[in-house]
Design a protein around this ligand. Structure first.
Ligand SMILES: [Zn+2]
Length: 411
């Protein structure tokens, strides 16, 4: 009898091969073609199993995810998280924020900073933010050496140096995933061309914020001729981009650019998302390749808000949930050549988000206060980064306060 009690006591310890089990959630993992109720088991920092019915007894901790959607941790490829020592500058200290402040509470586990830093100040960015954040932070180097310090400085042709940019990118190839051209005012494509040159030297994709639409440098020429397959045009739905033909349909050059492999990124931001472009394009089935925020302190407290809100806008416009998740996970991960991210595959790092899809009446605004109504809204319930619960909206991982063996973590 004593032996039996002993055995009953230790068997669970032997059989609990998983640390955590997300049970009964609807998994949407577009990369691996999963769109069904599945259990997700985690061991250490890795996904250990994905299946229709993994026994709860196999896990040390079980989270009931029934009625919720389980997706890969979101990959926001347009989030500004480096200000450096820049308080008071045009676009630095006033507008960047620390990644962990907003990432996990919105289901985001990877942020890509597009060009807040350039080759001159990237080491600062790496030391002060990338190395410290729990969020996975990747970066695109601005083709301007000083990054987005001030729009005026981004016009300095002498500071657009492809060789020094590519050298810095190669030196930090573990976290630098692209080159950025932004806010160029000139009547030519010099900033874009130099960024592409750096991209070729470092074998990295380029993201372009085209900014203003001048007759001397047509947007259509950039996406059909200059950009290479895999390069990205961000702020896609920025008025007055010439994206629609006379009948309000996607312009022919857009279809051509997409066939070439050019990628279109949302980059919502504070001034770059207009329903008058997004609604007709989404209705016509021309979906963005990647959904991203252009996160900074102004856009996050304005119409944009965060990833789940931006994703919900696309649901409201009629983009199917699976496509919205694809554009927020595996697509952006692949665009920055990190195809292992943005999926829930056995063996991959366990970055996972859990969402509720609220039903009701919701309103969403664009950057000039244009509104649409929707009947669904995504809200983040839980986020896992490398297998650890880093956000738990409804205390699903907690136990009743008077039970269990709860201790204050004293060192
Ligand atoms: Zn931006």
């Amino acid at each position: 009898m004593r032996v039996l009690v002993f055995l009953l006591g230790v068997i669970p310890a032997f059989t609990q091969q998983y640390d955590l089990l997300l049970k009964g959630g609807h998994v949407i993992d577009p990369k691996n073609g999963v769109n069904a109720v599945r259990d997700v088991a985690i061991k250490g920092d890795r996904v250990a199993a994905v299946g229709p019915n993994i026994a709860a007894s196999l896990a040390a901790k079980v989270i009931d995810a029934s009625g919720l959607y389980v997706t890969p941790g979101l990959v926001d490829i347009h989030a500004h998280v480096f200000a450096g020592d820049r308080a008071g500058t045009t676009n630095g200290g006033q507008s960047s924020f620390y990644p962990d402040n907003l990432s996990f509470r919105t289901g985001v586990t990877t942020m890509v900073d597009p060009g807040s830093s350039g080759w001159r100040d990237f080491p600062d960015f790496r030391r002060t933010v990338i190395e410290r954040a729990r969020t996975r932070v990747l970066a695109m180097l601005n083709i301007t050496g000083v990054g987005i310090l001030a729009y005026e400085l981004e016009q300095n042709v002498n500071d657009l140096n492809p060789h020094l940019t590519a050298d810095m990118a190669r030196k930090h190839s573990d976290v630098v995933v692209g080159i950025k051209s932004a806010h160029w005012w000139g009547p030519n494509y010099i900033s874009v061309e130099r960024a592409i040159e750096a991209g070729k030297l470092a074998n990295l994709p380029v993201m372009v914020d085209f900014g203003y639409f001048l007759a001397e440098r047509p947007y259509s020429q950039m996406v059909t001729d200059l950009l290479r397959p895999g390069d990205m045009s961000t702020h896609f739905f920025r008025w007055p981009a010439p994206l629609l033909d006379a009948n309000g349909q996607p312009a022919e050059f857009l279809l051509q650019a997409r066939r070439r492999g050019v990628k279109f990124d949302v980059g919502h931001g504070g001034g770059s998302f207009f329903f008058r472009l997004a609604v007709p394009l989404v209705k016509a089935g021309f979906y963005p390749d990647s959904i991203s925020t252009d996160m900074h302190t102004q856009s996050m407290n304005h119409a944009m808000q965060d990833m789940p809100t931006t994703m919900s806008k696309f649901l409201a416009m009629g983009m199917p949930l699976v496509d919205v998740v694809r554009a927020s996970t595996t697509n952006p991960a692949t665009q920055v050549k990190r195809p292992g991210l943005g999926q829930i595959a056995v063996g991959s790092e366990a970055d996972v988000a859990v969402f509720r899809l609220e039903k009701g009446t919701f309103s969403f605004a664009d950057v000039i206060g244009g509104r649409i109504e929707g009947n669904q809204r995504l809200g983040c319930e839980m986020t896992l980064r490398a297998g650890k619960i880093v956000y738990d909206f409804n205390a699903r991982a907690a136990v009743p306060w008077g039970t269990g063996n709860l201790k204050y973590p004293v060192k």
